[in-house]
Design a protein around this ligand. Structure first.
Ligand code: UT7
Length: 331
């Protein structure tokens, strides 16, 4: 038996964004806002919205995972486990992963959802990597997916301008050449709950006529407070990750930041000493797709990535949850 350490390599990427666009100009007709304000405060021009009766987060997970399987030339039956980071599951239970496996025909997979808001993909990726590193699993799919339009109040200008729908997925497989997930620093602080949450629909405050009338089934955010924590949290944890791995900005090929606000992204890149050309940014097209943002960036930039590239993934979101992951690109 070889003593080589198994690492979890990303060996394929898939993505899905719905066709329907919601532009800043559309929003101007819905709430008291304007294109210029949205672009200068957030960097967003448009977002995608999943429309259609009964369509849910799993309906974005499925095409993203199918695409990834096609790219890698594998059948969904070969997937051992599917992990879905999401705060907009199809249902409270069963899990979106469970439903998606059925739709995919991933008959040999088990799976589960991870609730960590905008850090959902990083939390899930760390879990998925541990399953591969254990030696017990050969093909783990990690997905970040959110249908934010299901929980956004389109009469609240402070939140409806930010969010969009989308899903991205990566395949993790064992590697013996040291490629893949190198290190992760993940953080959590539940005292941040007050600034970003959904008031009703959980066991604390089940749905009633009153909760519906009070619009308590939508995402509630105190934007400025979240902004302050996000700027510091994402930059601090990314700097810590570089230091712990004896790296500087010069060693990093790409920063893949959660796409919540262009100003938060810029602050993180500056702190890491990275020029804009090394930062993946697609917020202008998709807005904040919560757990979807990071894998959707990898999906769009996949053809530009090279074997051996050091890539830093960084996120901050509701919880608070935040973190940073170092990846050595495998192909
Ligand atoms: O991904 C999960 C984590 N979430 C985040 O990271 C989001 C972090 N927060 C943010 O990105 C920003 O706080 C927002 C984009 C949500 C808001 O930007 P801001 O620069 O923090 O604006 P603000 O809330 O401080 O509001 C500034 C002004 C206010 O008017 P007054 O009081 O100065 O007269 C708001 O009422 O802008 C007003 N405003 C708007 N004006 C036009 C708020 N929303 C809008 C709007 N259009 N959509």
């Amino acid at each position: 038996m070889s003593n080589t350490k198994i690492t979890a390599a990303i060996t394929a990427v898939g993505g899905y964004v719905p066709e329907d666009k919601l532009t800043n100009f559309d929003l101007e007709k819905m709430v008291d806002t304007n294109d210029e304000w949205i672009r200068t405060r957030t960097g967003i021009s448009e977002r995608r919205i999943l429309k259609g009766e009964g369509l849910a987060t799993s309906d974005m997970v499925v095409p993203a995972v199918r695409q990834l399987c096609e790219k890698r030339g594998i059948s969904p039956e070969e997937i051992d486990c599917l992990i879905v980071g999401t705060v907009t599951p199809d249902m409270v239970f069963p899990s979106t992963a469970n439903i998606a496996c059925d739709k995919l025909g991933a008959k040999n997979a088990w799976g589960f959802d991870v609730s960590a808001a905008c850090s959902g993909f990083l939390y899930s990726l760390t879990q998925g990597a541990a399953l591969i590193e254990s030696g017990r699993y050969k093909k783990v799919v990690v997905c970040g997916a959110d249908k934010m339009s299901a929980i956004v109040d389109y009469s609240d200008r402070a939140t409806c301008i930010i969010f969009g729908d989308g899903a991205g997925a990566v395949l993790l497989e064992p590697s013996e050449d040291g490629s893949g997930i190198q290190d992760s620093i993940l953080k959590s602080d539940g005292s941040g709950c007050q600034f970003l949450h959904m008031k009703a629909g959980g066991s604390k405050k089940p749905a009633t006529i009153e909760t519906v009338m009070a619009r308590e089934h939508f995402a509630y955010q105190e934007g400025q407070a979240v902004f302050k924590f996000a700027v510091k949290g994402m930059a601090d944890v990314s700097a810590e990750l570089l230091e712990r791995n004896s790296l500087t900005g010069e060693d990093i090929a790409w920063l893949v930041p959660h796409q919540a606000n262009l100003r938060i992204i810029d602050a993180t890149a500056n702190r890491m000493g990275l020029p804009k050309e090394k930062v993946m940014i697609n917020i202008q097209k998709y807005g904040n797709t919560t757990a979807g943002t990071i894998p959707l960036c990898l999906w769009e930039w996949e053809s530009q990535l090279k074997k051996g590239d050091n890539i830093v993934l960084a996120a901050f979101g509701g919880g608070f949850t935040w973190g940073s992951t170092l990846v050595k690109w495998a192909y």
